[in-house]
Design a protein around this ligand. Structure first.
Ligand code: DX5
Ligand code: ZN
Length: 226
C-alpha cells in the first residue's frame, strides 16, 4: 500500500499560508490536510471554503479536506465548487443519519469521499460504508485542536477495520502523529498519516516528512493480509 503523509495546515503560520504550503510541497508532502471546524461539532473555529479556495489556487497537491461540522450536506457544494477530482472531502459519521447520501453527494460532484470517526465511535458504525468510500479517517485524538497526545487505544479499532476493509482502501489516522507514534499506527493498519505539529513545528519540513514516511514504511508491512 502506498504510504501518504498529509500536512495539516492547522499548525502552519497563518500569516504565511502560501509560503508554508509551497514549503511542504517542495518537501515532498502527498496531501494538504485542511481542518474545517464549525464551533458546534467541535469546540473550535477554523477555516472554510474561502481558505480552501486560496489553498487550492496555491498548490497542485491534492487536498484532504477534513470536515468537522454539523449538517455536512449543507456545505458540501461550497467546497466542491472550489476543488477538483483529485481532492477528497471527509465528513464525520457522527454528524449524519444518512452517510450514504453525503458520500453520493460528494462523488456526484466529481470528488473523492471519505468518512471520519471519533476515537470513541464504534467500528460497527462505518462497517457497511467501507465499500462505498475512498478513504476512512480514524481520529487518534478528540477532534478540535492540534498538538494533542495520540490515543493508543484507538489502534485496536484500526486493526479490526483494516482486516475487514476492501483491499487498498486508504485508512488515515489523524492526531498526535509523530515519529514516536507513527510506527504503532502503521503497524495497526493505517497508510495515510495527517500531521500538523510534527511537521510545522520543525525547522526542516523535508527532514520531518522523510522521517515520518520512513518509520511508517518500516512498520506497515505488518498488516499485509495473509
Ligand atoms: C484535530 C485535527 C488534526 C490536527 C492534527 O481536530 O483534525 O488534523 O490538526 O494536529 P497534530 O498533528 O498536531 O496532532
Ligand atoms: Zn484533521
Amino acid at each position: 500500500m502506498q504510504i501518504k503523509i498529509a500536512a495539516s495546515i492547522l499548525a502552519a503560520d497563518p500569516t504565511q499560508l502560501g509560503n508554508e504550503i509551497e514549503k511542504v510541497e517542495r518537501a515532498g508532502i502527498d496531501l494538504i490536510h485542511v481542518d474545517v471546524m464549525d464551533g458546534h461539532f467541535v469546540p473550535n473555529l477554523t477555516m472554510g471554503p474561502f481558505i480552501v479556495e486560496g489553498v487550492k489556487k496555491n498548490t497542485s497537491i491534492p487536498l484532504d479536506i477534513h470536515l468537522m461540522i454539523e449538517n455536512p450536506e449543507k456545505y458540501i457544494e461550497s467546497f466542491t465548487r472550489k476543488t477538483g477530482k483529485d481532492d477528497i472531502i471527509t465528513f464525520h459519521i457522527e454528524t449524519t443519519d444518512d452517510p450514504l447520501s453525503v458520500i453520493n453527494l460528494i462523488k456526484s460532484q466529481g470528488l473523492k469521499a471519505g468518512v471520519a470517526m471519533n476515537p470513541d465511535t464504534d467500528a460497527q458504525t462505518v462497517k457497511k460504508l467501507l465499500k462505498s468510500i475512498d478513504m476512512l479517517l480514524i481520529m487518534t485524538v478528540h477532534p478540535g485542536f492540534a498538538g494533542q497526545s495520540f490515543i493508543k487505544d484507538v489502534c485496536s479499532k484500526l486493526k479490526k477495520l483494516r482486516e475487514i476493509a476492501p483491499e487498498n482502501l486508504d485508512i488515515e489516522v489523524d492526531g498526535g502523529i509523530k515519529p514516536e507514534t507513527i510506527s504503532e499506527a502503521a503497524s495497526a493498519g493505517a497508510n495515510v498519516f495527517a500531521a500538523a505539529t510534527s511537521i510545522f513545528a520543525k525547522s526542516d519540513y523535508k527532514e520531518a516528512i522523510k522521517e515520518l514516511r520512513q518509520i511508517a514504511q518500516e512498520n506497515c508491512n505488518l498488516f499485509v493480509k495473509n
